[in-house]
Design a protein around this ligand. Structure first.
Ligand code: HEM
Length: 397
C-alpha cells in the first residue's frame, strides 16, 4: 500500500486490531483512516511517534477550536477537551483527590465491594452454571467505586452505562443524540441536586467551586462530572475484562500468578500493555501542519494516537504479542502520556489489583465458558473491550 491510501476500519478491526496495527507499524506508521460512520482521521501506530504525539502542543485537545459545539455539546468542557491554561485550572481542582496516597485510603472499601460482588457471582454461578464476568464483576466494581467517590445515588447506574456505551461507540447519529440528551439531562439534575443538598462528596465540592464563581463555570461542573463518571468506569471495566480474557487464554501465566500473588500489580501493568482498555487516545486536532514519523499531516485534521499499537511495538517491547506477567513493562502508554496522562491511574491500578486478587482467591476453577471466537467486541475507536465475557467459576467458594 502507499502512504496516501485511506484505511477503512471495518468490523474485523474492532474484533482484533492487532493484525492491522502490525501491518501499519511496518508499512504506513502514520496513515489516514476512516470508519463506516464517516469519521476521518490520521492514526499514529509506532511507540516512538505515539509517545511524543500525546504531549505535542501543536495537537490541540480543545474540541471547540474544531467544532462550534463539540460532538457531546456542553459536556465537552472538561480537562480532557482543554489545552493549557484551562486544562491546568480544571485538573488542579480535583487532582488532590486522585493521588496515590489519597486513593490508598480507599483500599478497604474497594476490597469490601469486590468481595460482595464475588459472593453474588458465586451464588449466580451455582444457579446458572455460567456468569458474565463483565455484568457481575468488571462493570459494577469500578462503577460503584466512582459513584461512591462522586456521590452519585444508586438508581440510574445501569441507564448511565447504556448512554455512556453509546457515546463512546461508533453509533448511528440518532442513537448518539438520544444518549447525549439523556446524559445531559441526568447530569444537570445531579448538579442541581448537589447544589440544593450538598453532601460530603466530590461532586458537591465541584458544584460548590462552580457556585463560588471564578474557578469553574456551571457547564464545566457538569462536564467534569461527566468525564469523571465515564472515564472512571468505561476503562477499568475493560482492564478487568481484557485482563481476565488474556489470563484465561494463557493457563501458564495464570499458574505463575497463582503461584506468586505478589506479582498481581505487575500482571495488571502487563494486562494494560498487552490488551489495554483504550485503543486510540481521544481526538487531537492539528493547529498547524505537523510532521510525525516522516508524514506531513495538514492543519485542522484529527489525529488518533493508538495506545494499543504503541504498546505492541516490537521496537519497544520484545516479543510484544506474548503475555508475560513477570515482564518489565515500564513505559507502556495505556494511561496516555504528558499533561493528559490519566488522572485516575492510581485508582485504576488499585481497582485492577484488588479485582484480580479477588478473582484468583475466590475462584480457583475460573475458566472461559464458550469459544473465544464467539466473543464480541465493542465497536469503538476509543474503547477496546468486550461486550460480554461468559465464564465458569469452578467450585464457587
Ligand atoms: C485520561 C486511560 C481509568 C480519569 C486518560 C487517558 C488515558 C486513560 C489513555 C488520556 C487520554 C488522551 O490523552 O487522549 C485509562 C485507563 C484506565 C483509566 C486505561 C483504567 C484501566 C480512569 C479512572 C479515572 C480516570 C478510574 C477516574 C476518574 C481520567 C481523567 C482523564 C483521563 C480525568 C483526563 C486527564 C487530563 O485530561 O488531564 N485515561 N484511564 N481514568 N483519565 Fe483515565
Amino acid at each position: 500500500m502507499t502512504q496516501a491510501d485511506t484505511v477503512e476500519l471495518a468490523e474485523g478491526f474492532f474484533t482484533d486490531p492487532h493484525e492491522l496495527y502490525r501491518m501499519l507499524r511496518r508499512e504506513a506508521p502514520v496513515t489516514p483512516v476512516s470508519t463506516r460512520e464517516g469519521m476521518r482521521a490520521w492514526v499514529v501506530t509506532r511507540y516512538e511517534d505515539a509517545r511524543p504525539a500525546l504531549n505535542d502542543p501543536r495537537l490541540s485537545k480543545d474540541v471547540s477550536r474544531f467544532h462550534e459545539d463539540g460532538p457531546i455539546g456542553f459536556l465537552d468542557r472538561h480537562m480532557l477537551s482543554s489545552d493549557r491554561p484551562d486544562h491546568t485550572r480544571l485538573r488542579k481542582l480535583v487532582s488532590r483527590a486522585f493521588t496515590v496516597r489519597a486513593i490508598a485510603r480507599m483500599r478497604p472499601r474497594i476490597e469490601e465491594i469486590a468481595q460482595g460482588l464475588a459472593d453474588r457471582m458465586a451464588a449466580k454461578a451455582r444457579r446458572d452454571g455460567t456468569v458474565d464476568l463483565l455484568d457481575e464483576f468488571a462493570f459494577p466494581l469500578p462503577m460503584t467505586v466512582i459513584c461512591e467517590l462522586l456521590g452519585v445515588p444508586d438508581g440510574e447506574r445501569d441507564d448511565f452505562r447504556g448512554w455512556s456505551n453509546t457515546l463512546l461507540s461508533e453509533a448511528p447519529p440518532d442513537e448518539h443524540e438520544a444518549a447525549v440528551a439523556a446524559m445531559s439531562d441526568f447530569l444537570s439534575r445531579l448538579v442541581a441536586e448537589k447544589g440544593a443538598h450538598p453532601g460530603d462528596d466530590m461532586l458537591s465540592a465541584i458544584v460548590k467551586a462552580s457556585e463560588d464563581g471564578d474557578t469553574l463555570s456551571e457547564g464545566e461542573a457538569a462536564s467534569m462530572a461527566f468525564l469523571l463518571l465515564v472515564a472512571g468506569h468505561e476503562t477499568t471495566v475493560n482492564l478487568i475484562g481484557n485482563g481476565a480474557l488474556a489470563l484465561l487464554r494463557h493457563p501458564d501465566q495464570l499458574a505463575v500468578l497463582r503461584g506468586d500473588p505478589a506479582l498481581v500489580p505487575n500482571a495488571v501493568e502487563e494486562f494494560l500493555r498487552y490488551d489495554g482498555p483504550v485503543n486510540m487516545a481521544t481526538f487531537r486536532y492539528t493547529t498547524e501542519p505537523v510532521e510525525i514519523g516522516g508524514t506531513r499531516i495538514p492543519e485542522d485534521q484529527i489525529v488518533l494516537v493508538s495506545l494499543v499499537s504503541a504498546n505492541r511495538d516490537p521496537d519497544r517491547f520484545g516479543d510484544p504479542a506474548r503475555l508475560d506477567v513477570t515482564r518489565d513493562v515500564a513505559g507502556h502508554v495505556a494511561f496516555g502520556h504528558g499533561i493528559h496522562h490519566c488522572l485516575g491511574a492510581p485508582l485504576a491500578r488499585l481497582e485492577g489489583e484488588i479485582a484480580f486478587r479477588t478473582l484468583l482467591d475466590r475462584f480457583p476453577g475460573l475458566t472461559l465458558a464458550g469459544e473465544p471466537a464467539t466473543l464480541s467486541w465493542r465497536h469503538s475507536t476509543l474503547i477496546h473491550g468486550l461486550t460480554r465475557l461468559p465464564v465458569r467459576v469452578g467450585i464457587p467458594m
